[in-house]
Design a protein around this ligand. Structure first.
Ligand code: NAD
Length: 500
């Protein structure tokens, strides 16, 4: 404790580590606007210290049997389950999302640990006996060594778990660089992993900003980088990590469309749109930020959403009555609010203006839910990722027009359709250019035994995150071709070996 605020350091070799401690950043409770902590911002030497420790730990950990690694992962699962409320509370205190939503975040992160508990079967190779005469061929996967993850502010626990569960289960040492806005929950995660038996140095946390990121991207001992954050930073990470020869997956921003056909249950669709647009104050990469109202659905959909928005309870996420919390910082709140002026001047109709909500004037970083109708693809509120409680409604004449609109977007994370027409839904899922598609499901985040990832600007690289893709991402394949010949067999053959 330093005066009234906590000091948050790094986690290296199983203990808190202050390193140079020269730079720091404030951490806020967005619901009150108060600074609650100072987080140390790592410099290059701090990252190097973490990498040195991780390099030492990676060798023995990679040699640890699958049986032992699995036992440790089960222990991690058990402790995380016990501590889920503690993690959720820290998420709410630093991010602002409501406590039940934070609990949901932890639960979705736990799915990744549960998948990783089956690492023995995920890593099992293939064996082809007698692939050629007297010759067997088999394959298996081996860990990369030291890998790193760089994560955003909006999921302080779940996104790190998307990466670390499988990275560690596969036998790597992991360095996490969380968002400097939400450092507490990742530090608790580190303590829990250590308590569960993950050896010191296998999981490390380096708090920091772009300085730490740059060192991670250039450090020669780091073999792979997983990044989740905004699209401009994703591009930078992808280019720099590739330049230094690393494997990289960089998940970027999003603008997710929800297409509502006139035959849908419009009451259910309005409920889903409000839940998916305003949950976590719109600070979700899979939030619905655009409703595409097709044909006659527009009037009832806009009316239904506006009416529901009026009833949402806004406040501190620790209050069980609250349905929507604040935004992450005052600057972000002001940036989000600025899109309302832009929308009006560009010809859209602001149906609900969250700036006039009573909470928007307080010390916390609040903005009420906002609804903008008659939006067109040329407007800034449509083109930009706003990442706040602002829902735009675009009108389309028919399903073809709706699909064309979604496909013209630079992003392709999630896309959803609401309809009772199976043929229309099937056409949508086939033609839409997005990595994750919902049919009457507004936020189609795949379960932990599938993989998560968008198309276009929403993901740079080949591998999606978590699930089977991440087992491949965090390992290298090896194929062995083996013969145990009869000791009497003798032959010299300079030709290229043919299989027979
Ligand atoms: P951000 O890009 O600002 O930060 C992400 C990470 O990069 C943080 O750890 C941050 O410290 C670091 N960083 C920030 N600026 C940097 C720079 N110039 N150079 C190097 N590193 C830098 O993102 P954010 O505001 O924390 O998170 C919100 C964004 O993340 C949104 O765009 C959202 O769509 C995206 N996101 C995407 C997914 C997905 O799965 N595609 C999931 C969650 C969030």
């Amino acid at each position: 404790m330093i005066g009234a605020v906590d000091r948050i350091s790094h986690w290296i070799a199983g203990v808190e580590f202050s390193g140079s401690g020269a730079r720091r950043a404030p951490v806020f409770n967005p619901a009150t606007g108060e600074q609650t902590a100072d987080v140390l911002l790592a410099d290059g030497e701090d990252v190097d210290a973490a990498v040195d420790v991780a390099c030492e730990a990676a060798g023995p950990w990679g040699e640890t049997s699958l049986a032992r690694r699995t036992q440790i992962l089960f222990a991690v699962r058990g402790l995380l389950d016990e501590r889920r409320r503690d993690l959720a509370r820290l998420i709410t205190l630093e991010h602002g999302k409501v406590f039940s939503d934070a609990l949901g975040e932890v639960a979705r992160g736990l799915e990744n640990v549960e998948f990783a508990c089956g690492i023995a079967s995920h890593l099992a190779g293939r064996y082809s006996e007698q692939a050629s005469s007297g010759l067997d061929v088999y394959s298996f996967r081996q860990p990369l060594g030291v890998v790193a993850g760089i994560t955003p502010f909006n999921f302080p626990v779940m996104v790190p778990m998307w990466m670390l569960a499988n990275a560690i289960a596969c036998g790597n040492a992991f360095i996490l660089k969380p968002s400097e806005k939400v450092p507490r929950a990742p530090m608790l995660l580190a303590g829990i992993l250590g308590e569960a038996g993950v050896p010191d140095g296998v999981f490390n946390v380096v708090n920091g900003d772009r300085v730490a990121v740059e060192r991670i991207l250039e450090h020669p001992a780091i073999r792979a980088v997983s990044f989740v954050g905004s699209t401009p930073v994703a591009h930078h990470v992808y280019e720099e990590a590739s330049r230094s020869g690393k494997r990289v997956q960089a998940l970027g921003g999003a603008k997710n469309h929800m297409v509502i056909l006139p035959d849908a249950d419009l009451e259910q669709a309005a409920d889903a749109a409000v839940s998916a647009a305003f949950g976590s104050a719109g600070e979700r990469c899979m939030a619905i930020s655009v409703v595409v109202a097709v044909g006659g659905s527009a009037g009832p959909v806009v009316g239904g959403i506006a009416e529901r928005i009026g009833r949402l309870r806004i406040g501190d996420g620790l209050d069980p009555e609250t349905e929507m919390g604040p935004l992450i910082t005052a600057e972000h709140r002001n940036r989000v609010a600025s899109y309302l002026d832009g929308a009006t001047s560009q010809g859209a109709r602001v149906v609900v203006d969250g700036r006039s909500h009573p909470m928007a004037g307080g010390p916390g970083f609040f903005l009420g839910p906002c609804l903008i109708d008659e939006v067109t693809p040329q407007m800034d509120c449509y083109r930009d990722e706003i990442f706040g409680p602002v829902l735009s409604v675009v009108h389309a004449e028919d399903l073809t027009g709706a699909i064309d609109l979604v496909n013209a977007s630079q992003w392709g994370n999630g896309a959803a359709i609401f309809t009772r027409d199976g043929g229309a839904a099937r056409r949508f899922q086939h033609e839409v250019q997005a990595g994750m598609v919902g049919v009457n499901v507004p936020i189609p985040v795949p379960v932990g035994h599938f993989s998560f990832g968008g198309w276009k600007q929403s993901l740079l690289g080949d591998a999606h995150v978590y699930g089977p893709d991440s087992v491949a991402f965090y390992t290298r394949p090896k194929v062995v071709t083996s013969r145990w010949p009869d000791p009497l067999w003798r032959a010299i053959d300079l030709g290229f070996p043919e299989n027979d």
